[in-house]
Design a protein around this ligand. Sequence first.
Ligand code: GBH
Length: 487
Amino acid sequence: MVKDIVPKAKAGLPADFLWGFATAAYQIEGATTADGRGPSIWDQFCATPGKIADGTSGAVACDSYHRTAQDIALLKKTGARAYRFSVSWSRIIPLGGRHDPVNPAGVAYYVQLVDDLLTAGIVPFVTLFHWDLPEALYRRYGGFLNKDEFVADFAHYARVVFDALGPRVKHWITFNEPFCSAILGYHLGIHAPGHTSDRTRSPVGDGSTEPWIVGHNILIAHATAVKVYREEFKAQAGGEIGITLNGDWTEPWDPDDARDHLACERKIEFAISWFADPIYFGHYPASMVSQLGDRLPRFSQEESRLVAGSNDFYGMNHYCANFVRHRDGPADVLDIAGNLDILMEDKFGRAIGPETQSAWLRPHAPGFRKLIKWLSDRYGRPKIYVTENGTSIKGENELPMEKILQDDFRVEYFRSYIQAMAEAVAEDGCDCRGYMAWSLMDNFEWAEGYETRFGATYVDYDNGQQRYPKKSALEIGKIFGQYIGKV
Ligand code: GBH
């Protein structure tokens, strides 16, 4: 019967769509004491017993500092058009500050990396900050908590990198996931520098205030770096700059309860709009202002004007979705999510997606299309680069290498998520211009150590760091081939 046929959604991506892979400095580079690099808060955190699941650190990681040629060959093999990597601040300025010396060897490493990528025909996306704050700045003045010092030092560091890499880089990302620096680093205490109100975990921290101060100061630092780029480099370099924000999709725990629908919206506001509303509108979302009151810092008029309009594009990191159930009564002073429960199953016991190796990650591709549309509607159809998307696989690390290389679960994840994005473009009119899979290769997965593999490439850490592309690394280009040029 004709009326039962659900029309297939249109799906397509523009001809010049940039797809590729992402990594981050501390997760892949290793060589943490090479050529004058200074320590970061992650070196310190990893050295603290009990913080990393397998007791490891990024000291060696994938040794990419010494293996960029191999990494670039790998990228070429996949057919990637773009590569997103981050710069280690303490390689560039070992002590971090604006009056501290610049390390020429650190600068030279990234200049060479960019040159080699361009020679290989791969477009670099450069992230200035992916969580590895110079340890010296944390000791000197408390890092992110000291607005004036942190903002001035970040702006200086950004200027040094803009200047060194010059017009060869056209795509800049200031901060990766400030949510994580604030919440994981200053609330849960599971990321460096490990602040939390939980005294069984750490002697320092106040999770009711510090995350909101950290978030605020990062917003000002982001906007200040953007101002530096626009005023001193953009005219000549012709590039673009933005921030990368993480955020999951939400579905109501009880689809018939309007309060769960409202809670879904609030959860996204607490994760994403916390940063995106100031960046697009100059103020925090009303839901956060009303729940957090005076604990949420206020923007001065000058700050608000600085931050509003500070994105040339929206950098979107996206992995999964959750069910959300409202909570009754006033929010706890330590609540960071919007006074709600985040669940893997709905009222009827249906799971949002299959389990992975990461407790927080359940694939749910339809949520990707919905969140792209949500962002597009709320923020005036910004140009979007998906700067991370990927999955771990339950038990992957226990498998023999031959099995790991057949990562059909990851292939299916990429296939369904890329299709969802292509529908958001072709069907919903959203403006997605690029996509970087997380990650190019297995790497140091922060507090999870090396037990959780997010790579499209297997890294044999025990046998000379050889890289073996998994099936997903080779399939992803074919998947993109089905959509690119179809809108
Ligand atoms: C990304 O963040 C990171 O940018 C990347 O470095 C990392 O390797 C990748 O994820 C894979 O993990 O601890 O239960 O409170 C993804 C977004 C947001 C996911 C915070 C984990 C914390 C869940 N992250 N979330 S929990």
